[in-house]
Design a protein around this ligand. Structure first.
Ligand code: ADP
Length: 396
């Protein structure tokens, strides 16, 4: 049998990230429509200008051509940010699915239209293979109403679908499966909190393998402090600012791009820079780190209450995987729950960083969202793919 590959496509508003499985060759095109640049994990680069996503994908396929497995590309998996209430699992993309994703753009105006550009480009260039959409929101479709309803008039939910959806689903799903493997127990028996801490940051309460609450909400703005996003905020602040004359666009820019670690510290959205400034004695940087860790601690505490117990805490994302100090600062106040770190293991970024006496296991698990997307795609396309594996393997 000829081996074939799966392409995972993550299309942003001006970028296109593509990863080929099982080789994991990665290609990134940035600044589509501007001074575009292509970079790859295998050294190929290009500065050929590309105006649109279809041109970018065309260029990516050219660059990947020599590296494709003998059987070519057998399926394409697409990351789609918002699946609304319609999609609670990955789906094979056909015209009706495209129309629904288009409609859902009202819920995710920054993300879904860009994801659709990627889908259209890939379906046009690779018309003979299956395309699969994997939604950021889908893993959280198991949340009960008490977790997803906001305290607004119920019509806002019924007629306008305003509720908590949650994001980073493939990542929370992946790292909690892995955590169960590391602990040698089925995920169905575990109460886990996963903390995806990157530029975007979110927590999820995963009880028996099902997401029962998560910190991001209707949009990815809610919850933890992030690189440039505010996280949770009294909605009265927004009214106050709007009444004070701030425009909706200014408010949007402030909440999404000028807040978070960057806004509070005034230094940077990058944790490493904020940490370095705090160490030099920069007071605002120090406060930003404290807010960052405090919100994690109080969310873990809340989720232990939501699940009525806690077996494990999983750190992932650029910060969660690499910043031992944040891990220890955010867990310091959680000893009463039985979560105790072993500081040596923590400093070494070991797989299991809790002490032997800790009743709550604390783990560091590198996330792999693309692999989750590749697996779901292989499964829906009916492919047995080496290096991607079947989804059931790690399903508890
Ligand atoms: P994204 O959400 O864009 O995928 P990442 O998961 O790559 O982001 O996380 C980016 C964050 O991870 C940045 O704040 C960066 O400072 C932080 N980070 C990366 N490496 C380290 C490190 N060694 N120590 C502390 N923070 C790190």
């Amino acid at each position: 049998m000829k081996h074939s590959g799966i392409l995972v496509v993550n299309a942003g508003s001006s970028s296109l990230k593509v990863k080929l499985f099982p080789s994991r060759d990665a290609v990134l095109v940035e600044r589509i429509g501007g001074e575009s640049r292509l970079a790859s994990s295998f050294g190929a680069t290009s500065e050929r200008p590309v105006a649109r996503h279809d041109e970018a994908l065309h260029l990516v396929l050219e660059v990947l051509e020599e590296r494709l497995p003998e059987g070519g590309i057998a399926a394409v998996g697409h990351r789609v940010v918002h699946g609304g209430m319609r999609f609670s699992a990955p789906v094979v993309i056909d015209d009706p699915v495209v129309r629904i994703v288009e409609e859902l753009a009202t819920l995710a105006p920054l993300h879904n239209p860009a994801n659709l550009e990627g889908i259209r480009a890939a379906r046009a260039l690779l018309p003979d293979v299956k395309h699969v959409a994997v939604f950021d929101t889908a893993f959280h479709a198991t949340m009960p109403p008490r977790a997803f309803l906001f305290g607004l008039p119920i019509e806002q939910y019924r007629a306008h679908r305003i509720r908590r959806y949650g994001f980073h689903g493939p990542s929370h799903d992946f790292v909690t499966r892995r955590a169960a493997e590391v602990l040698g127990r089925p995920r169905s028996e575990l109460k886990l909190v996963s903390l995806h801490l990157g530029n975007g940051a979110s927590a999820a309460a995963v009880d028996g393998g099902r997401s029962v609450d998560t910190s991001m909400g209707f949009t990815p703005l809610d919850g933890l402090l992030m690189g440039t996003r505010s996280g949770a905020l009294d909605p009265g602040v927004l009214l106050h600012l709007l009444r004070g004359g701030m425009s909706v666009d200014e408010l949007d820019a402030m909440l999404n791009r000028e807040s978070g670690l960057l806004g509070l510290s005034g230094v940077s959205n990058d944790m490493r820079d904020v940490r370095a400034a705090a160490e030099r004695g920069h007071e605002d940087a120090r406060a930003a780190l404290e807010v960052f860790a405090y919100r994690i601690a109080k969310t873990v505490g809340a989720y232990a209450a939501a699940m009525g117990g806690l077996d494990g805490i999983v750190f992932t994302g650029g910060i969660g995987e690499n910043d031992a100090r944040i891990r220890s600062e955010s867990l310091r106040s959680l000893e009463f729950l039985g979560a105790r770190l072993d500081e040596v293991r923590n400093a070494e970024h070991a797989k299991r960083i809790s002490s032997d006496t800790s009743s709550v296991a604390v783990l560091v698990v590198p996330t792999d969202e693309e692999r989750m997307i590749a697996r779901a795609t292989a499964e829906l396309a009916g492919l047995a793919l080496e290096g991607v594996g079947a989804l059931q393997e790690e399903t508890a």
